[in-house]
Design a protein around this ligand. Structure first.
Ligand SMILES: C[C@@H](C(=O)O)C(=O)SCCNC(=O)CCNC(=O)[C@H](O)C(C)(C)COP(=O)(O)OP(=O)(O)OC[C@H]1O[C@@H](n2cnc3c(N)ncnc32)[C@H](O)[C@@H]1OP(=O)(O)O
Ligand SMILES: [Co+2]
Length: 135
C-alpha cells in the first residue's frame, strides 16, 4: 500500500524562526510556503533526499497544530506515507477496522490528496496518507 515517506510533519510556533535554523544551520532549503486554510496551517516544504520535512505553523488558535503544541509542545506531529491510490487505500483500511479521521480525501499542500488515520488506531502516530503526481 505504502511507497515511501512523503514527508515528516513538524509542528512549530514560529515558521520564520524555524526556517532560519533549517536553512542556515542545517543547510536544508525550503522550496516555498503555502497556507492550507482547511487545515488552519501555514507550511514550508524542505526536500531532503527522497523525502521532505514539512514545517507547520498554526494560523488559528483552534487549529490542529495549535492544539498539538498546547498539549505536547513543538515537535513531530505526523508522518505522511505516499500511496498510489488514496481512495483504494482508505477503502482497505476501513475494511480492516482502522479508525479514519478522513473517510474522503482532502486537499493538502501542493494539491496533494491527503487523509489522516487516528493515532489511537496506529500505535500512537498520527499518519497521513498522501497521493500526488510528482516523485
Ligand atoms: C497541510 C497538510 C499536508 O501535509 O498537506 C498537513 O499535514 S495538515 C496537518 C495538520 N492537520 C491535522 O493534524 C489533521 C488531522 N488531525 C486531527 O484531526 C487531530 O489533530 C487529532 C489527531 C484527531 C487529534 O485531535 P485532538 O487533539 O482534538 O484529539 P484528542 O485530544 O482527543 O486526542 C486524542 C488522543 O490522540 C493523541 N494525539 C493527538 N494528536 C496526536 C498526534 N499528532 N500524534 C500522536 N498522538 C496524538 C492525544 O494525545 C490523545 O491521546 P490520549 O487520549 O492518550 O491523551
Ligand atoms: Co502533512
Amino acid at each position: 500500500m505504502v511507497k515511501k515517506i512523503d514527508h515528516i510533519g513538524i509542528a512549530v510556533k514560529n515558521l520564520d524562526e524555524t526556517l532560519k535554523f533549517y536553512e542556515e544551520v542545517l543547510g536544508i532549503k525550503s522550496v516555498g510556503t503555502e497556507v492550507v486554510e482547511e487545515q488552519k496551517v501555514k507550511v514550508a516544504f524542505l526536500p531532503i533526499g527522497d523525502t521532505e520535512i514539512e514545517l507547520l505553523e498554526s494560523t488559528e488558535e483552534d487549529g490542529p497544530i495549535a492544539k498539538f503544541i498546547e498539549k505536547r509542545g513543538e515537535g513531530i506531529q505526523h508522518i505522511a506515507y505516499r500511496v498510489d491510490d488514496i481512495d483504494k487505500a482508505i477503502g482497505e483500511l476501513k475494511e480492516k477496522g482502522i479508525r479514519l479521521i478522513d473517510e474522503k480525501p482532502r486537499y493538502g499542500a501542493g494539491g496533494a490528496k491527503i487523509a489522516f488515520l487516528h493515532p489511537k488506531s496506529t500505535f500512537g502516530v498520527l499518519i497521513e496518507l498522501c497521493e500526488r503526481e510528482e516523485n
